[in-house]
Design a protein around this ligand. Structure first.
Ligand code: FAD
Length: 315
């Protein structure tokens, strides 16, 4: 059974690959191995890909994977996997009673913290669990200012760039405290990794690309924010046609109506992963929409999506 390690290091292309999962790793690896020639089947327990993202993200990636020739089966879970010792073929049994035969199976269903055997028990912390930290990445359950945890293990934002951001904040906090200052948080100090909570940019390298920052409309509502969302097709922007004849993309902006600022953005399509940083600046900077209106995107660029979204919002 492949994990993400084999999926990113294997040096031979399996003829038939079954990917279990419907999240980012499943979608990216399905795209990559299909592009390398594998016949790929995705087994997705849910009824959509990329649940937790804006619905348009999963819909666009479903269409893109279909165009690539990936078979996607929704609402299906693998219940048994066995490799034949002679033929080396793998049989995957599913909970709808069907059986698939393939050459490799990739489990892309999440990761667990590897905190067993680190001696955490000796300081009263359970091994095998995530490490909860405050905004300076200090482990809250450990007494004193000496134990910090950055990266996936604190479960705040399991992404490389956020791990690097946390490491910068954590180092600044340690230096601040070593200098005898308290490293208080809450005001955008360099030792506060607070963007973890409201402005995490994410990029999905599928075809089309997907990128997002901040909250989805649903997450914002669940957090009690009074939000209004606007959507616009990126291919209707003049710069899209200049970029590619068959440009296809989607944009969604989530606006906190109380404060008049952007709290979330999702983009799909070519360069979505590059375009998202503009939205990150708007979210982190809490730029009022009326002010954002004066950030005029050049014609004819794809960035004019900002103009269209603000118009759609009613500015
Ligand atoms: C397939 C895949 C694709 C991804 N793509 C992206 C992407 O495009 N962009 C992005 O931002 N993020 C991506 N991620 C997420 C990203 O890999 C992680 O968020 C990032 O690696 C977290 O860094 P980390 O240092 O916390 O953990 P890791 O990178 O997992 O590093 C932990 C290190 O600790 C070591 N270690 C473990 N136990 C011990 C021990 N007892 N003693 C000593 N060392 C130990 C491990 O060997 C490892 O080297 C992807 C993840 C996967 C699985």
């Amino acid at each position: 059974m492949w994990t993400n390690r084999q999926a990113t290091t294997a040096d031979a292309v399996p003829e038939r690959l079954v990917v279990i999962g419907g999240g980012v790793v499943a979608c990216e690896t399905a795209t990559a191995w299909r592009s390398l020639g594998s016949s790929v089947t995705l087994l997705v327990r849910d009824q959509a890909l990329l649940t937790g993202w804006e619905p348009c993200a999963g819909e666009e990636v479903t269409r893109g994977l279909g165009d690539l020739g990936v078979t996607i089966r929704f609402g299906v879970s693998a219940v048994r996997v066995a490799r034949d010792g002679t033929t080396r073929a793998v049989t995957v049994e599913t909970d709808d009673g069907t059986t698939l035969v393939c050459d490799e199976v990739l489990a892309a269903v999440g990761r667990r913290p590897r905190t067993v055997g680190l001696g955490l028990e000796t300081v009263g912390l359970p091994g095998g669990d995530w490490l909860t930290v405050d905004d300076t990445c200090r482990v809250t359950a450990a007494e004193g200012d000496w134990l910090y945890a950055v990266g996936d293990v604190n479960r705040r934002a399991p992404l490389t760039h956020m791990a690097k951001y946390q490491a910068r904040a954590c180092a600044a906090a340690i230096a601040e405290r070593a200098a005898g200052r308290p490293a208080v948080t809450g005001g955008r100090q360099p030792w506060s990794a607070e963007a973890d909570r409201f402005a995490v940019p994410q990029a999905v390298f599928t075809r089309p690309e997907v990128a997002s920052v901040g909250l989805t409309e649903r997450a914002a509502r669940e957090a009690g924010l009074a939000v209004r969302a606007v959507e616009y097709r990126v291919d209707d922007v003049a710069g899209a046609a200049l970029h590619a004849d068959d440009y296809r993309g989607f944009a969604k902006l989530v606006v906190d109506e109380t404060r008049g600022v952007v709290v979330g953005c999702t983009l799909t399509g070519p360069m979505a992963t590059e375009l998202i940083h503009t939205a990150t600046v708007a979210v982190v900077g809490e730029v009022p929409l009326e002010r954002l209106w004066h950030a005029v995107p050049a014609f004819p660029t794809v960035s004019e999506i900002w103009l269209r979204l603000l118009e759609a919002y009613g500015l």
